[in-house]
Write a protein of this length. Structure first.
Length: 210
């Protein structure tokens, strides 16, 4: 279902009209890099879309891989990296699958506005994949919509977007309970992040693999 939705979105909607397709990297990611909290390393973005953040990290000297379920998004990402003359690695894969397409482990794993596409019943499977991909002591960053957000009606855990995707809006407590068994929580807070058309409340979590 989600694969078909994403293929339809990336195949039929101009990139400038896709709400989450923002070419400049988020300030949260930039701050982690420029502050030295996350140094040059082997990194992976799960749900990379058209690869904007991966291209940014690679341009900063990271060995970064981007993964997305949409073949169309990955093709766009590859073309974008080539146009910018930045060497990146992009792979089409399902983050809820066995992730056999990937080789080895990573020092830094992150998902930016992906987790709200993954419903509670699937999150343990997803986190098992993150845990498998991340080196011991590695850093994991996750940012997803908060239930405090006023987006898409402003109430309810499940909300339908104008693109007909259905997202799950989490509480801080849910996120804490999700991550705590596998990771040390370094930071967990609700932040305001800019979107294309409005600001959003999101839960920012920075973690270390136990």
């Amino acid at each position: 279902m989600i694969k078909e939705q994403m293929e339809k979105i990336y195949g039929n909607i101009p990139l400038e009209n896709i709400p989450w397709n923002i070419e400049s990297p988020p300030e949260i990611l930039i701050d982690l890099i420029t502050s030295g909290k996350v140094k040059q390393c082997r990194a992976i973005e799960l749900g990379c879309g058209t690869g904007n953040n991966v291209i940014y990290l690679c341009s900063r000297g990271f060995d970064c891989t981007g993964v997305d379920i949409s073949e169309t998004a990955i093709k766009i990402a590859e073309n974008s990296a080539e146009e910018k003359n930045v060497k990146c690695n992009f792979i089409t894969a399902d983050v809820l699958g066995d992730m056999a397409e990937l080789d080895g482990t990573y020092d830094f794993v992150y998902d930016w506005m992906l987790l709200h596409h993954i419903y509670p019943q699937d999150r343990d499977k997803y986190l098992a994949n993150v845990y498998k991909l991340l080196k011991s002591g590695g850093t994991y960053l996750s940012v997803c919509f908060s239930e405090e957000s006023q987006a898409f009606g402003g109430s309810g855990k499940y909300r339908t977007t104008p693109l007909d995707t259905v997202l799950y809006f989490s509480s801080e407590n849910e996120i804490k309970e999700l991550f705590q068994p596998l990771f040390e929580i370094e930071e967990l807070t609700t932040v305001t992040i800019p979107g294309k058309n409005t600001q959003h409340k999101a839960i920012y979590t920075l973690l270390t693999k136990k």
